[in-house]
Design a protein around this ligand. Structure first.
Ligand code: UTP
Length: 473
């Protein structure tokens, strides 16, 4: 086995991967050999030459134009009519079981620095429900509301798959039917040192990491989930990220417009708060929709404003999509999907040539990831709908400050407070306008204003007091 592996690696100058072979037991040798076998070495060698040794940068397409979108508030009567029709269509599709939820949860959450899959992070303000529980309860309510179980697909990675499944088992799937929850695992990519050599995570293992959320579509295909969707009559996939508990899982307007517009992949957009907000920019290039990362957007364009004030490139991406199953099938038809790679300099724990552990304090490697939004230009038809930030986007990325658990909880409280006020409850507020109580509205009983209105009818006499903690289910 050693000689065969050495021959393979030798062709690409990666013989060091076997440096500790003699020290490994049979199982460890098998593991390392399996990792080496699944790699397409010609392909990886090409990527190393292009992205690591040549230090190529992302080519931003020329002729960027702002992408058109459907506004949050319909602009005229005709659009209002279309929105009404879309809402009805969305409800119809949900009632017919044509929609599935898909959460991408394979990331490593390095910025948050939480030990465990991000979905197991406690987020809700009062009960500290985890992100997974929060979504599970929303899905349970949506299923009851539309009279059809909403199938939930969860993408994990090799790094967190076992822990994620165990978490669901240990919590009895939060009351969902296990047959309506499907886990599938994305692919991995090896981390590459700046000298073009693959890093070893241990003597018996390459340093591997998940291949980016762009791995979703191929993983759906290779895991058999696309087949499962087809045989269950699912046509539309509602895609969202595990770290955004406000993500609209089943928004009838979004689902309906996606369907009416015959879009293959659709996106929610948020008006950016400023030229450099860290959201991808929706742009048109030669008639195709692209997302240009905030770090790649030319400053001149990012800062450009229309005559009446707003940014010309206003549309930012909260990573919320509707994807047609048929589009996912088409893109992965031959069991492959080549999305562009994005490279990032990362601090990757590894072992050195002597087998000693290294925990770098500065980046020591390139990681390559693909992004789901690079599928946008591959679609024959796309659609963008404006979302309401305060109701749809509260990402948990950092341990503190911007996009942290704290900012996310404040947004959850505010969203629930507004929802309850709209329903008729009186919510005490501080002088700065923020709620003066800790509120948590269980998604098990309310996922929209209509549900909140029903809660009001049942709990009319409930008083929210200053400084109080209140959980409503
Ligand atoms: P991020 O790009 O924020 O990455 O992922 P992350 O891994 O969660 O966090 P950092 O960058 O290491 O701090 C956005 C969403 O995409 C998923 C994540 O789980 C999150 O829901 N994701 C990301 C995957 O499912 N797989 C990946 O390979 C990368």
């Amino acid at each position: 086995m050693y000689n065969e592996l050495m021959e393979k690696l030798g062709k690409y100058g990666q013989e060091h991967v076997l440096s500790f072979w003699g020290e490994l037991g049979p199982d460890e040798q098998k593991k390392l050999s399996a990792q080496i076998d699944v790699i397409d070495w010609d392909y990886i060698d090409g990527l190393i030459k292009e992205y690591v040794l040549k230090k190529s940068t992302v080519a931003v397409p020329e002729n960027l134009l702002p992408a058109p979108f459907f506004p949050l508030i319909p602009a005229n009567g005709e659009m209002q009519k279309k929105y009404n029709e879309a809402r009805s269509r969305g409800v119809e599709l949900l009632k017919a079981g044509k929609v599935a939820a898909l959460t991408v949860a394979g990331g490593q959450g390095t910025r948050l620095g939480f030990d465990g899959p991000k979905g197991t992070f406690p987020i809700s303000p009062v009960k500290k429900k985890t992100l997974f529980q929060y979504f599970a309860e929303s899905i349970s309510r949506i299923s009851a509301k539309y009279g059809k179980p909403l199938h939930w697909f969860i993408m994990t990675s090799e790094m967190n798959d076992r822990e994620t499944r165990d978490f669901f088992e240990a919590n009895s799937f939060f009351g969902l039917m296990p047959s309506c929850v499907s886990f599938f695992t994305q692919g991995t990519m090896p981390a590459v040192g700046y000298d073009g050599k693959l890093l070893l995570g241990a003597k018996s293992s390459l340093a591997l990491s998940p291949n980016g959320h762009g791995g979703t579509l191929l993983a759906l295909r290779l895991s058999g989930c696309l087949e499962k969707m087809k045989s269950s009559g699912i046509d539309v996939i509602s895609y969202f990220q595990v770290d955004n508990p406000l993500a609209p899982i089943a928004d009838p307007l979004f689902i309906g417009l996606h369907s009416l517009e015959k879009s293959e992949i659709s996106a929610k957009m948020l008006p950016k708060t400023g030229p450099y907000e860290k959201l991808g920019n929706f742009c048109m290039v030669n008639g195709k929709l692209h997302i240009i990362e905030y770090s790649d957007m030319p400053a001149k364009l990012a800062e450009e404003r229309k005559a009446d004030g707003p940014l010309r490139f206003l549309a930012g991406s909260p990573a919320i999509h509707m994807i047609s199953r048929e589009f996912a099938e088409k893109l992965t038809a031959n069991g492959k999907l080549e999305l562009p790679w994005h490279k990032a300099d990362k601090k990757v724990p590894c072992i050195d040539a002597n087998g000693n552990s290294v925990n770098p304090s500065v980046p020591n490697a390139i990681k390559l990831e693909s992004f789901i939004f690079d599928a946008l230009p591959m679609a024959s038809k796309t659609m963008i709908l404006e979302g309401a930030r305060e109701n749809e986007f509260a990402p948990v990325k950092n341990p503190s400050g911007v996009d942290s658990a704290e900012s996310c909880r404040a947004m959850l409280i505010e969203r629930d407070a507004k929802r309850l006020e709209k329903a008729g409850f009186k919510i005490p507020r501080k002088s700065d306008g923020s709620p003066d109580c800790l509120i948590e509205l269980s998604p098990r009983s309310a996922v929209d204003d209509e549900d909140a209105a029903e809660l009001f009818i049942k709990n009319k006499n409930l008083n929210f007091l200053h400084g109080e903690e209140l959980y409503l289910e």
